[in-house]
Design a protein around this ligand. Sequence first.
Ligand SMILES: Cc1cc2nc3c(=O)[nH]c(=O)nc-3n(C[C@H](O)[C@H](O)[C@H](O)COP(=O)(O)OP(=O)(O)OC[C@H]3O[C@@H](n4cnc5c(N)ncnc54)[C@H](O)[C@@H]3O)c2cc1C
Length: 644
Amino acid sequence: MSTKVLIIGGGYAGVEAALTLNKLKKKKKQDIDITLVDRNDYHTLLTELHEVAANRIAEDGIIIPFDRIFKYTDVKYITDEITSYDFEGKKVSSDSRTLEYDYLIMAMGSKPNYYGIEGLDEHAFTLWSYDDAIRIRENIYNCFKLARQEEDAAERRRLLTFVVAGAGFTGIEMIGEIAVWVKKLCKDYCIDKSEVRLIVIDMLPRILSVLSEKNSKKAHDFLVKKLDVEIILNSSVCDVSEKGFSTGKEFIPTATLIWACGVCAVDAVNQFDIEKVNGKRLKVDDFCETKHKGVFAVGDISGFKGEKDIPYPAMVENAIQTAHGVAVNIVNDLTGKEREKVEVKMHGVMVCIGNNYAVSDIMGREFGRVMSVVMKYMVNIHYLWEITGFYGVAKYIYHEVLENKSRKNMIEQHYSVRNQTWWLVPGRIFLGAIWLYEGIKKIGDGWLKSAKLNGFFGGADSFYEKYPNPSSGWDGVSGATGAGGGGTEVIDAAENVLLNWDWGWIQFIAVKANEIAFKIDFYPMTWIKDNFLLANNGTQMFFQWFVVLAEIIVGLCLIGGAFNFIASGFSIVLLVSFLMTTGLYMQSQWWMLFLSFALMAGAGRAFGLDHYIIPYLNNFWERIWKSKKWSPVFKRALDRYNKD
Ligand SMILES: Cc1cc2nc3c(=O)[nH]c(=O)nc-3n(C[C@H](O)[C@H](O)[C@H](O)COP(=O)(O)OP(=O)(O)OC[C@H]3O[C@@H](n4cnc5c(N)ncnc54)[C@H](O)[C@@H]3O)c2cc1C
């Protein structure tokens, strides 16, 4: 009979537990029935909530449907909210169902801790869920809409005061993001930026106390000097009302107070007879097991302690590693192996302030601004690759880079302009037809029968004889291309050398013949040509076959829109190699190079086979990678990759 493992919560910990169990059950050939229950049908990238709250990216950018994550795995997921727990009877229930288990992994996460401060629950915003992020975003929009028409100066000021309580990484990332967004909002709503007040308040004497003092100061200065944020330290929030809040020293009127001052375990823990440690987190042993046998707590809800005898911080690394450890131990139990102590290694913290500033302390090292920003992106990409493969990474890059809505610099504004791919279809088919024609024509010219390259490139010699002095001639060029053919014709008809720039390794030459032709003599390439391509008849034949086949295959791929990115890339490679061996005609061939670049932007997805091939390959890869089952045709393989 199969062993039932039930996971409650599909956050970082729950997903990691499910995927690890899925992998191990196959590897160790165990009959495990894995079920994950979450109140939502998607996984939320909580660490990116502030980007949605301050409108940098669309809300779609921070959620990944479970359907996508568990596709091709044996994990079943149920959308429901568990409300009661019977550890003795080994079952949990929601309003509509009861689920039994042999092992229970609790990964329900945490919630904001109000520390009993009056009025917070009713009047402050929290940033701990997808819905929270949207609520904050809509409120900020609304404040600007109302402020624009508000005639009372004090009320206008209140509406334009945005406060984040808590100067930890969540609070600082939030205020940094708002600071960037309000610049755009001020423009859109015709409000002078000086009217907006941005505040961070914290009880501690410095911001980002998890980072080194140096990094904390760098972040502090950036917020104050570059983003006009007021930082109020050594102060706490009290008496929160609809109108604002008090710091004990002054009353700050605001319509937007975002509470980011620490977390505690979700309310469900109140009904458990399990001892709680810091922040109501559940006491667990070295294996993350609670006092109930087979009941584990992982991630934010778990009070798993390290060597220093304090629970690990409520962070992603802790969530993933505790979940991984528990999954391994469940399989160890089933295979009769001894359990391993769960190990958590925290590597550090990265804090992004706005879209292009970050500070980080990683493994005891402080990284600079650029490296910190890059690391933040890389960490997210790595995580998404692990849980969703190409789909999640593509979606992330799409939202962060192409669809980034926050104040963009001029370059970003230009590269994020998008177009419908079908406009490229005529160009794709035409370029494909030209390549196909060139390949077939070469067969007709006998390229597959006898060595011709030497004569083709060597035709340049006659030109060289005509212009022996490099400053007045074209050193070793025929002016012909593999695509265009007829090289010697150009040489014979050549009238003028228009340009002859020699920069040592690279020589750039333009000649006017019956057409203007360009050639770049890149000396390493010339060396390869002389010593390899033209070495003997055999090598010449090899490359002639290669060029003919490449032209035909590239042509067919472009016409059919199959593997368009690779085919367009190869078209560029062919043209560049012609440019460096024989030269390219200005009127009849350079367009091919530039069109090839344009086609790389997904031209095969519209009216082309890539519409089916790319999702198929993505699914194929996921299938192999996630379930290690080989099957050339499988369920849902033709789903569009961005169906969700
Ligand atoms: C704005 C923000 C920024 C952050 N930035 C960072 C950062 O930069 N670096 C970092 O390391 N950490 C960061 N964190 C903390 C990190 O997100 C958490 O530590 C992590 O999400 C914990 O993972 P988890 O799986 O334990 O819980 P969660 O990710 O919170 O997942 C819990 C899941 O359980 C589900 N659930 C809860 N109760 C029930 C129930 N009764 N029934 C069914 N489902 C239920 C929820 O819907 C949720 O999907 C940030 C958090 C926030 C909010």
